[in-house]
Design a protein around this ligand. Structure first.
Ligand code: PGA
Length: 252
């Protein structure tokens, strides 16, 4: 048995007004607030962070940002710094989501700078990586992931990365209803753990949590989570409805 505590994380993306976010957070606290064997995390849009923080304050539900900028402060219109996320009650921050890579010019280099800012700012980074369908079909899955991990984490040592979480999210499975099979996911998660072992040693590789993301839903979560190297899920669509998110948290 490994000692890694699973994380079920809801990435709300660009969904929910303030009132909708508060209502959803209240329901999530009712449904999952007493869960201790799984870490429960929600990542609302920035505009709802502090209101959601107030709702979840006395529960075990944790809060994450969906992105951050690497500078601490300054003339960067539209950006959010690590301290700001912390001051809104965030413990986690999602970094390098494929939608940010695809639509907002995120690269492995900018991912690296954001991870550094998150760690310096006392936030747990969730580093998102994943191959596209074309890359998978061309047999490039492992080389793509290898590059995303190595470049994303360039310059860090094992002791810097003790809190790091990795989310493997095949781009072809995000929001498409196509989930990686549990064997496909396990194969990649095993590869990533071995990669971390080679780069940073066995202790970090054995303790790091590697989440799977991409069309996770109540009907497939248990099968995915039965795999030895899957330590949780990063969930988009199925996290928006508190009822289905609750089912994901209670997968065991
Ligand atoms: P999905 O999104 O669950 O809607 O596929 C996952 C993600 O993008 O984190």
């Amino acid at each position: 048995m490994n000692q890694r505590k699973p994380i079920i994380a809801g990435n709300w993306k660009m969904h929910k007004t303030l009132d909708e976010a508060i209502a959803a957070a209240r329901r999530i606290v009712e449904i999952t607030g007493d869960v201790t064997e799984v870490e429960v995390l929600i990542a609302p849009p920035f505009t709802a962070l502090s209101a959601v923080a107030a709702v979840i304050r006395n529960s075990s539900v944790q809060l994450g940002g969906q992105n951050l900028f690497w500078e601490q402060k300054g003339a960067y219109t539209g950006e959010i710094a690590a301290d700001m996320l912390r001051s809104c009650g965030c413990q986690y921050v999602i970094i390098g989501h494929s939608e940010r890579r695809q639509f907002f010019g995120e690269t492995d280099e900018t991912v690296n700078r954001r991870i550094s800012a998150a760690l310096k700012g006392g936030l747990v980074p969730i580093l998102c990586i994943g191959e596209t369908e074309t890359q998978r079909e061309a047999g490039q899955t492992f080389s793509v992931l290898d590059k995303q991990v190595r470049k994303g984490l360039e310059g860090f040592f094992a002791h810097d990365l003790a809190s790091l979480v990795i989310a493997y999210e095949p781009v072809w499975a995000i929001g498409t209803g196509k989930t990686a099979s549990s064997d496909q996911a396990q194969e990649v998660h095993r590869y990533l753990r071995d990669l971390m072992a080679k780069a940073y040693g066995n202790a970090l590789a054995n303790s790091i949590r590697i989440l799977y993301g991409g069309s996770v839903k109540p009907s497939n979560v248990r099968e995915l989570m039965s795999m030895p190297d899957l330590d949780g899920a990063l969930v988009g669509g199925a996290s928006l409805d508190p009822q289905s998110f609750g089912q994901l948290v209670h997968y065991q």
